[in-house]
Design a binder for this molecule. Sequence first.
Ligand SMILES: [Ca+2]
Length: 305
Amino acid sequence: MTSSSAASPRTPSNIARRTIASLLSWLRVSDTTAAPEEPEKLSRLLRDWYTRFQAIERLSAVGLEQPAKELIVSAVASLLAAKTQWPALASRCDPAFAELGLGADITAEGQRDALDAWAEKLASPRKAAFVIERALRPMRLSMLPWWQRRALQAYRTLAALCVVASVLAMGWYFFGPREVATASASWGILYPPWAVTDRDLDSNWVLPDGALGWIELTIPSRTLRSMRMWNVQKEPNYATARIAIEVFDGDRLVHTEEQDISATAHARSSFHWVPRTPFPATRVRIHVRAFLGLGGGFSQIQVNP
Ligand SMILES: [Ca+2]
């Protein structure tokens, strides 16, 4: 196998530069190296290649390897004949052909037997077709009508934005600032305060049997718009029945009120608390004023900034 990329060593900066250039080219749906003198003919050839590429994929998908091999031989023969006319096409085809073990000595003229022999040794015509398609795709897309290029560009930009937004959202979800929970007491190490912030309804913070107490959450966003509380799921003998909510901004108590939440006892339902106006707040403390059974607690508390 030969290599055509000796001019640019595989240093991290070169790889990064090539990756960014490929990504920008992918987003722009353009290929500045494509400057064919006969764009219509070349465009037709590339459309013909793409039709064969799709056929090879479908034939391979249903296990018809031999017809797929015959098709890739005829497609490669067409490209070998055409690339002598267009240097831009040759610059695309040559590295792909080299990667596939098609030596520079193979030409379209009188080489059908050599191509057949090459195809016989191919483990996967589908993979070989993909190598060629990967090399030709930028040129093929750059020769689409302008409205198709714009539509594809818009679609790819939207897809890239969705990927970036998803990555940022996941990063925020897993690594963003979290509420920190502390409590007056816990039933034991299996029922710690942080269990109310772990986004798992099967883990619980539970007060010691018979005890009243409180749990407190910091608010990283410094604004409290609402709060959702899931009652303790340590069934059947534990449930919080009545709470007092205290909202603090620093050391200043900015709001307090009591709520009966006994309707959420022993169920995976939640109590959604929404004050009339959002509070500037750094922490919220929830007192368990009454419980059902042996004690109270929460499985989850979600603070909405
Ligand atoms: Ca939990």
